[in-house]
Ligand binder design. Structure first.
Ligand SMILES: NC(=O)c1ccc[n+]([C@@H]2O[C@H](COP(=O)([O-])OP(=O)(O)OC[C@H]3O[C@@H](n4cnc5c(N)ncnc54)[C@H](O)[C@@H]3O)[C@@H](O)[C@H]2O)c1
Length: 257
């Protein structure tokens, strides 16, 4: 397989790491991006099983001036950029819209929306230089409709689905496909922290809260992060060649109950 690089944001998180492991197995070189130094450790661990090179880059991607380490890592690898995986995201503090702290609103919008625009602006030029490629955003089933107590998160993810379509329309002529994966619940620390918070609010145990939520899912369980990574790998590769502007629901059927 010819040398090619993918940039993955949120790579130290549950989904991001699974995507890194999957892409490494598929022969990609990788720039792994996250806010904390731990991303270097993740890069070293993924590198152990990779055919290509894996380099970590520490960056808070909500500010344009923070993106230089990512570009430097890309240059260090020195292969054509063919994929941008926009996985980083944050959940909001759960609460009613009537008392929603606007700093919290801004924090969620900055990571879940603004940062993805900045990443597209900075890294579409190298994608074009390499003759095109693919971008995948990670939205959510909470972006498919609004849910009480999650106004900022739902609006940010609905916005991300729309952003994905706009980018797809604009970049098709450059041979860049842009799609989204909308997970349901995924067995990562984000999901388990949300379950714990809800259990505490309701005064019930974590296990009973988990059962309540998972029983709403036709497949009766959260996704493994690798199952989200599989959908992203599909969209990145030749089997996804006729998809652009699409959002694939990988949610165990939860939208249809
Ligand atoms: N876990 C779920 O149940 C679930 C469900 C639907 C959608 N999602 C989405 O999947 C994506 C991955 O979630 P996850 O479960 O792996 O969560 P996670 O919290 O394990 O990982 C998210 C990662 O994003 C990183 N990040 C946050 N802000 C950043 C910033 N400003 N710059 C760079 N990195 C930043 C975090 O440090 C973290 O490592 C998110 O976009 C999330 O909204 C998750």
């Amino acid at each position: 397989m010819s040398a090619r690089v993918a940039i993955l944001t949120g790579a130290a998180g549950g989904v991001g790491r699974a995507v890194a492991e999957r892409f490494a197995r598929d022969g990609w070189s990788l720039v792994l991006v996250d806010t904390a130094d731990v991303v270097h450790q993740v890069a070293a661990e993924v590198d152990a099983s990779a055919e290509g090179r894996v380099v970590g880059a520490v960056a808070d991607i909500t500010k344009a001036e923070n993106l230089d380490p990512i570009e430097n890592a890309l240059r260090e690898i020195g292969q054509p950029l063919k994929f941008l995986g926009l996985i980083a995201g944050v959940l909001q503090e759960v609460g009613p819209i009537t008392t929603l702290d606007m700093n919290e609103w801004d924090r969620v919008m900055n990571v879940n929306l603004r940062a993805n625009v900045l990443m597209i602006q900075r890294f579409v030029p190298p994608l074009k230089e390499s003759g095109g490629g693919a971008i995948v955003t990670v939205s959510s089933w909470f972006g498919r409709s609004g849910h009480g107590l999650f106004a900022a998160y739902c609006a940010s993810k609905a916005g991300l689905i729309s952003l994905t379509q706009s980018a797809a329309a604009e970049l098709a002529d450059d041979n860049i496909r842009v799609n989204s994966v909308a997970p349901g619940n995924v067995a990562t620390r984000m999901h388990f922290a949300a379950l714990q918070e809800e259990a505490d609010n309701r005064g019930v145990s974590f296990e009973s809260m988990k059962k309540t939520e998972w029983d709403k899912i036709p497949l009766r369980r959260a996704a493994e992060p690798a199952e989200i990574a599989a959908a992203i790998a599909f969209l990145a590769g030749p089997d996804g060649a006729y998809l652009t502007g699409a959002t694939i629901d990988v949610n165990g059927g939860v939208l249809f109950t």
